[in-house]
Ligand binder design. Sequence first.
Ligand code: IPM
Ligand code: MG
Length: 369
Amino acid sequence: MQALYRIALLAGDGIGPEVIAEAVKVLKTIESVNGVSFRFQAGLIGGSAIDATASPLPAETVAICNNAQAILLGAVGGPKWDSNRPETRPEQGLLQIRKRLGLYVNLRPVKVLDSLAGYSAIKPAYVKGTDLVIVRELLGGIYFGNPRGIFAKNGERMGVNTEIYREHEVERVAHRAFQLARMRRRKVTSVDKANVLETSRLWRDVVTRIGRNYPDVELNHLYVDNCAMQLIDCPTGFDVILTSNMFGDILSDEAAMVAGSIGFLPSASLGEHAALYEPIHGSAPDIAGRNKANPMAAILSAAMMLRYSFRLETAARAVETAVEKVLKRGAHTSEVARSGRALSTSRMGDLIAAETGKILKSGSPRKRK
Ligand code: IPM
Ligand code: MG
């Protein structure tokens, strides 16, 4: 009997629909050669959902997500909705779905392929060999704490946000980081601002305590400002970076520039019962609808879905190897291409899909089970 996997597709705004279409193309290729079946169900999220239903996360979308084994998301946001009230901004759709599904850990792998080292904003010698994962807490911290708002006080407006971390929120994400490190190079760097913030002092305390359960994993702590510097100075020195919601958001964009382009980087947001996969990049309204965006981050997010949600390791490796091969051949989309011979989004998707099919037909590339 063919295995059937149910996937919710939330393409979202801007380049979201274009890059998700390419990820689906690759998944359909896998279907055709691998004896698995994917059932896709599309839902609205973000600005496009606001336009159609006045809500950034309609109830129907939540139902589609609850009915799926995994969610593949494109991107949300755009200038059209920038002046909306906070509750009806596209970003709320993403923040709410994370919350509703309990997706408390966000994995953001950053790997610099040798063939891409020359494209980094940093000298190739510094970035070559970089292979790290940012483990970002996704449901707490200043993103969700109350009180929040813009209030009037003493004749002027005052903006308020609150950073809160409870012990259990730090514990569960710390366990994930240590467990991940065990499957890698056994090194966790916990990043905080414990010289200034109480939430960070608690964070450091809890991570240290959880770390005692993993004596085979080396743990060290860095202040976030120092980490930002080290990421540029010596990115190869990191294995697993464990950090809070806000610091993880910032450090992952920085790490993306180490990798050469934010267009390459996928992510997985995981909870106990649900999983959402999405590129790290945003909706890039400036190039939306022009068949120019790099679909690699969306395609690699689909590979993470194959690995973590469906346990289809061979298919996941095939997609990752296909991306590496295509890049090695010098095929690039416009944000990377230097010669002016940039590939379109759909052409890049065609190449990766074809290569994935070829790899799967010829037997698994490198078995890593
Ligand atoms: C990200 C994004 C989101 C975040 C925005 C769009 C809400 O920047 O996933 O990194 O801040 O988490
Ligand atoms: Mg971000």
